[in-house]
Design a protein around this ligand. Sequence first.
Ligand code: SF4
Ligand code: SF4
Length: 302
Amino acid sequence: MAKREIDLNRCLFHYTNVTCSHCETICPKQAIKNREIDAGKCDNCGLCTAICPTGAIHSDTDYDSALTAVQNLEPQVLMCQKTAPDSLPCLGALNRRLLWALADQKPLAIDTSHCASCNPAVAKWLEQEIAACNEALQEAGKAPLKLVRVKAAPAPAPSVPRRSFFRSLFTAAKEGATEIAAAQVEHRYAFDPVIWLAKQTPPVKPAALFPGLALKSPCNSCGLCTMLCPEKALALTKPSDNAPACLQFSPIKCTACGLCTGNCPQQALELLPKFQGASSFPLDGQPPSKPSTCDSFKLSRG
Ligand code: SF4
Ligand code: SF4
């Protein structure tokens, strides 16, 4: 069975006014063509998972459980199977937002010591994502990601069954290992980083690592963007009877796919490469004069 597959129901290819070939472009093995993954070429690095704006890549790795389990480690450390056989197959599926969500809560270490020799494309990707995350962490007064070299875990005893996929890694966590091991059967997992980010408690704080949105001309509240957005990052609300309707934007959920901006009949929306604080847009029919303010955009210090 192929290690990875594209869920065509989630892929952006069937939408109009938007194009995407991020997975095809980033794949270092040229394994993706016309939204098909060549199992013979794919080395399961996960870069396509990291970059797909709709979480359309299915794989046999349960990243959701793995990341949640990493949060339970003391200290919190990300590593691949080259270091710990029961760990993530590769760190290529990580992106700056996932790193931020982990490192914003408590110090995060990452072992990338094998990446350059194993998969230079993953090494390059991680270098870029770690640098972006560190910039935001520095801005927030938090500890940067620590690059470590974890001593390899001893090889598992031959009698250990395959399902104890995360066994040695999570021995340190002492909790949750049984549940996680039980989940490691031959499943296909659809990992959408946005869904993982959105369910975190406390909520992930928005930072400049996330995309921004601007209202550049009057919106007529047709609601098309809210229906199209695959990540439910947009919503029309009415705070009170007397207040104008508002377009609410969640930077944590937005993946900059461009469906909203590309299909707005009024061409009212503009995507910004970095979130600048605006998450609520009053729709009073007036041309927007200045960016709206947002109380949630505060990179907390300390
Ligand atoms: S990155 Fe995702 S949305 Fe884009 S073409 Fe690939 S599978 Fe489709
Ligand atoms: S808000 Fe727009 S750009 Fe962001 S995920 Fe939704 S449709 Fe895509």
